[in-house]
Structure formats: structure tokens, C-alpha cells
Design a protein around this ligand. Structure first.
Ligand code: C2E
Ligand code: CA
Ligand code: CA
Length: 574
């Protein structure tokens, strides 16, 4: 009896413990956000546990019900799901896969575990379904961000570099070429500044969409940033040759891009092209080459395509080294001013001097302003350099004035970048005051090309300067716009006839006709004329005959150091 009551007690205790354990297990299952499917091999029965109804509206009791499960998932998930649910066939203990439910595009992780007995026979199987939609969306988004540019949907720079690398490897094996086209909008800043960044962004997007139509197995299109795109072409030829692609783009650019706000925008592009293996064998180098060529295309007047040549790279490297040295030179002011005398044609008396900058680089080599001024204009160094030129020249002239009392005009070359500075006039007037230089003793030169490029903004400044009494001189006249009719009404005092005319004025009849017209017209409009680059006595006599007011050139004086000018002044002092 005792024995029996002991047995009963034991059973009760065990039952209590079992139900406590079951309660605990149910709680654990329910608080997890997974659904479970349990299978007992002994009973050949399935049981659905916990949040099953959260995912499925049916229960699985036996193997036939599994068909309903397969019906729920997307087509391509059915076979993997069937395999994972029966992993015991492969003698596996556990495995997991991901499936997508058709109905709500819920992504589930399906994890299966099988328990085996000592003899290796399966006894129990548990399948867990876990909702991973959020995690997987986040992963998709991260993947997208890693490969694509969000603004245009094109490949981003990194991914493009990777794919281009694959093109290059393949081209190496298959003995083919790979072309890179580096595209950059011309004057994008003007669109961004003038119409706002939102318009700029939309334009970038719309143009990107247009480019994306060219993508295929052999053509990669990428948006690097801002207004820069890159196209990679495997084995460029026929319909996917660089020429054809460029032609398609050009054709499209003949029409404006119409934006959501109704704006119609025309754009032009500068394009640089470099090909593997000719230009470079590495991916990044190839892109760099194409970029450098694109810069060159911009310098050559924009709106064009240019192909890689070794020369372009050499030039670029030279410019980079000049640019670096130039920064240092600005800092240390390694510049010297030379002055070239200008003479009245009639009596060869001194009219004035043109201040011309010289730069001695660290190796003591003279670098021509024709080389470094364009670079300084591009990187902004022209502003501090120009400030120094103005101050140094005015200082020296004030000194001459004090010593020799000679009525001298000092001509300064001012680049468009300087004219565009907001405080240009103010800074200039501060200096003329500081050194006691009268407005009529100062002449500012501007090249015809610079003037035409920024006509409205610069003419306003020139007008203001001219009103103060400072002379304005149009430099290199005849090389730029070359139309005499636009001269009328320009705020200028002096015309400098470019050296290229003087060079051939003796030998070429047509040049003579043009030169004489310039002088005649200039005079009619009330401008003073100066012939540049006069090297021979013959040229001088001719210019005298046709009544050119002044001459400047190696014949009567090269650019020289300030002390040499002093010698001239000492001889001419009145
Ligand atoms: P530019 O203003 O046309 O200056 C005249 C150039 O012609 C000078 O070259 C001068 O040395 C040269 N030249 C004068 N007469 C003759 C001649 O009879 N024969 C020959 N073969 N050449 C002659 P440079 O000094 O090398 O200056 C070149 C250019 O650099 C200048 O052309 C000007 O555009 C620019 N530049 C020079 N100094 C400055 C400066 O301080 N500021 C700016 N922004 N540009 C400057
Ligand atoms: Ca000049
Ligand atoms: Ca000139």
C-alpha cells in the first residue's frame, strides 16, 4: 500500500512538474515571435506550436498538409523548402533557409532541427519560422547603397570601379579593349547658382536616366557625383563604339531637358576618353586618364570629346608640378616684376611701361607667365599673385615718379578672375591712394577673350574704373572675337594690336589691310593704339606711316628689371 501511495505521489509530482514545464515551454514559445512545427516520428504526427496562426491560416497535422505550406511560398522557394523540411534524408541535424511568403511578401527564416536516437534513427523534428522581413529589407537597402547612386539609380563610383576591373581582366584574357568615357557638364555651376541646387539635382537625375538606356552587358553607366558620369565599354565597336555613343549623347543634347518645374535646360558636355590597354592597364589609372583628358577638353573650349594621347598626360603632370610649386611661390612671393617700355611712335619718347611678371622657380629656372598664369587663374592663385603685381608695380612707379618726375603710364595685366572679385576696385583704389598714383597714370589691360567671356559683369567694372579716370586697354586685339563693330561703346581707351598682326604685316597684304582698318577704326572711335611685338625697323616705319600711336617691342626695349627702366628714365627726365 505504502508502495502504491508512494507511486501515486510520485506520479502526481511528475505530472505537476511536467505541466509546469509545459507551461514554461508554451510561454517561451508564445513570447518569441516565431512559429514552430513539431514532428514526432513515433506518432508520424505534426503539431503546430506558438505563433503559427500569425503566419498561416491552416494547421499542419500530417505530411499531406505540407502541400498547403508549399502553396504559400513563392515558386522558387518550394524545392528548397521541401528539402529542408526533410533534412533527415540527408542525415543532417540542422539547416536553415530563407523563403518569401506569397501573400504579404513576408520573408521567413526556416530553421529545421532533427533529434536522433543512439541508433541514429530520427525521433523528433522541430521547424522554426522566423520573420526576418525588416532585417532583410535593411540588408537590401544597404546592398543598394553599396552599389547604386541614390539620385540617378546608376552604378555608384565604387561598384563601377569593381565592374570595370572585371571588364579589364576579361579584356586581358580575350585580347580586347575597354574604353572609359568621362563625362562632365559644362558650366554646371552656373545652373546650380542660377537656378538652385534642386534644379541642378533634377537635371543630373534626368540626364542619368537618359544615359541608363545605354546600359547592357557591355556598357556600364555610372554616376560618380555632382555632374560627373562615367561610361565603361567592353570591346567598343559598332553600336557600342565611343563615337556612336558620343553621337547619341550629342543628338540628345540638341534638345533641352524639361524639368518638373517647366524649366527647359540646354546642356553641353566635355568628354574625355581613354582605352585599356593603350592608356593604362589598371582600372583607377584608366579612369584617371579619361578624367585628365576631359579637363583638357574643357580647356580647349568645352562641348567636345577628346581622346587620350600620351602628350596630354605629360602636360598634365607638368601642370600639377607647376601648380604645387606655384602654391609655394605665392607663399614665398618668389616673383619679380619686369617692365617693358612703350614708346610714342612719332618721337620715340617713353609713353609708359607694361608690367610683366616673372617667376623664378626653386631651381632658379624662369617660368614663363604664359605657362603659370593660366594655371593660377584656374586654381585661384591669380588673386594673391595679382594683388602682389599691383602693389609692387605701383610701389616702383611711385618711386620713379619721385625720382624722375616723368609722366609715365603703368599698364597692368589683369585677368578676368581678378575683375570678378567683389572688392577688386576698392582694393585697387586703396593702393593708388597709398602710393599716390593718379588715375590717369594707371592703365589696366584686359584681353579681348576674357572680356567677351564675361561681358556684362566685366564691362560694368570697367565702366566704373574708366569713370574714375583709370585707362582701360584691350589687349591682344584681333585674336578673339575679331569684330570691329562690337568695339563701339566698349568702356576702353586703348587698343593693343596683337603681335600676330605685326609679325606678318610686312609680308602679307591682307594683314596690312586689317591692321590699317583697326588703326583707322580705333582712331575714329577715339581710342589710342599700341602695336605689340615690334621687332624690326621696317615694322616700326610702317606703323609710323599708318599712324599707329605707340609701339612696344623688342626693337625699342625688351621687358626689363626696374633698375634698367630707371636708366631709361634718367636719360629722358624732363
Ligand atoms: P601680353 O600681355 O600680351 O604681354 C606681352 C608679351 O609679349 C610679353 O610676354 C612680352 O615679353 C612679349 N613681347 C613683347 N614684345 C615682344 C617682341 O617684340 N617680340 C616677342 N617675341 N615678344 C614680345 P611675357 O612677359 O612672357 O608675358 C606673356 C603673357 O603673360 C602676357 O601677354 C600676359 O598675358 C601674361 N602676363 C604677364 N604678366 C602678367 C601679370 O602680371 N598678370 C597677368 N594676369 N598676366 C600676365
Ligand atoms: Ca598685356
Ligand atoms: Ca598682348
Amino acid at each position: 500500500m505504502d508502495d502504491l501511495s508512494y507511486q501515486v505521489d510520485l506520479l502526481r509530482a511528475t505530472n505537476e512538474k511536467l505541466s509546469r514545464d509545459e507551461k514554461m515551454l508554451r510561454l517561451i514559445c508564445e513570447t518569441s515571435d516565431s512559429a514552430f512545427l513539431y514532428y514526432s516520428y513515433a506518432e508520424d504526427q505534426f503539431r503546430t506550436v506558438a505563433n503559427w496562426e500569425h503566419f498561416f491560416d491552416f494547421v499542419v497535422a500530417d505530411a499531406r498538409d505540407l502541400d498547403r505550406l508549399y502553396d504559400c511560398v513563392e515558386e522558387q522557394c518550394i524545392i528548397p523548402l521541401r528539402e529542408v523540411l526533410f533534412i533527415e534524408k540527408q542525415n543532417l541535424q540542422s539547416q536553415s533557409i530563407q523563403v518569401t511568403l506569397k501573400a504579404r511578401r513576408v520573408r521567413l527564416e526556416v530553421e529545421v532541427r532533427v533529434v536522433y536516437d543512439a541508433a541514429g534513427k530520427p525521433t523528433d523534428k522541430i521547424v522554426r519560422f522566423r520573420d526576418i522581413t525588416r532585417v532583410s529589407l535593411q540588408n537590401d537597402e544597404l546592398t543598394y547603397l553599396a552599389y547604386y547612386d541614390t539620385l540617378t539609380g546608376l552604378y555608384n563610383r565604387n561598384y563601377f570601379v569593381r565592374l570595370l576591373g572585371e571588364f579589364i581582366r576579361r579584356a586581358g584574357d580575350e585580347n580586347r579593349t575597354v574604353a572609359v568615357m568621362f563625362l562632365d557638364f559644362d558650366d554646371f555651376r552656373r545652373i546650380n547658382d542660377g537656378m538652385g541646387l534642386i534644379v541642378g539635382d533634377e537635371l543630373v537625375q534626368v540626364f542619368g536616366q537618359f544615359l541608363s538606356e545605354m546600359m547592357d552587358d557591355h556598357v556600364l553607366v555610372s554616376h560618380f557625383n555632382s555632374d560627373i558620369y562615367c561610361i565603361g565599354i567592353y570591346d567598343p565597336c559598332g553600336a557600342r563604339s565611343v563615337d556612336t555613343i558620343y553621337k547619341i549623347i550629342r543628338e540628345r543634347l540638341r534638345q533641352p531637358f524639361i524639368l518638373s518645374g517647366g524649366q527647359e535646360i540646354f546642356i553641353s558636355l566635355s568628354v574625355g576618353v581613354a582605352e585599356y590597354p593603350e592608356a593604362a592597364s589598371g582600372t583607377l589609372e584608366l579612369i584617371n586618364c579619361a578624367e585628365i583628358v576631359m579637363f583638357k577638353a574643357k580647356n580647349m573650349g568645352k562641348d567636345k570629346v577628346l581622346y587620350y594621347e600620351g602628350r596630354i598626360l605629360d602636360e598634365f603632370l607638368k601642370n600639377v608640378s607647376i601648380e604645387n610649386k606655384l602654391k609655394d611661390a605665392v607663399f614665398r612671393q618668389n616673383f619679380i616684376m619686369y617692365y617693358q617700355p612703350q614708346f610714342h611712335t612719332g618721337d620715340k619718347s617713353l609713353r609708359g611701361v607694361e608690367a610683366l611678371i616673372r617667376w623664378k622657380d626653386d631651381n632658379g629656372k624662369m617660368v614663363s607667365p604664359e605657362v603659370f598664369i593660366p594655371i593660377a587663374e584656374k586654381n585661384g592663385a591669380i588673386v594673391p599673385i595679382g594683388d602682389w603685381v599691383i602693389e609692387e608695380s605701383l610701389r616702383v612707379c611711385a618711386d620713379w615718379k619721385k625720382k624722375y618726375h616723368y609722366p609715365l603710364i603703368v599698364s597692368l595685366n589683369i585677368s578676368a578672375v581678378q575683375y570678378r572679385q567683389r572688392d577688386f576696385i576698392e582694393k585697387l583704389l586703396d593702393l593708388t591712394e597709398k602710393y599716390g598714383i593718379a588715375p590717369e597714370e594707371l592703365e589696366l589691360e584686359i584681353t579681348e577673350t576674357a572680356l567677351i567671356e564675361d561681358f556684362t559683369e566685366i564691362t560694368e567694372k570697367l565702366e566704373a574704373l574708366k569713370n574714375i579716370g583709370i585707362k582701360i586697354s584691350l589687349d591682344d586685339f584681333g585674336t578673339g572675337y575679331s569684330s570691329l563693330s562690337y568695339l563701339k561703346g566698349l568702356p576702353i581707351d586703348t587698343l593693343k594690336i596683337d603681335k600676330s598682326f605685326i609679325d606678318t604685316v610686312i609680308s602679307d597684304e591682307n594683314t596690312r589691310i586689317i591692321t590699317e582698318s583697326i588703326i583707322y577704326m580705333g582712331k575714329k572711335l577715339g581710342y589710342e593704339t599700341i602695336a605689340e611685338g615690334v621687332e624690326t625697323e621696317e615694322q616700326y616705319r610702317y606703323l609710323q606711316e599708318v599712324n599707329c600711336d605707340n609701339i612696344q617691342g623688342f626693337l625699342l626695349g625688351r621687358p626689363m628689371a626696374a633698375e634698367k627702366i630707371e636708366e631709361l628714365l634718367a636719360g629722358m627726365a624732363v
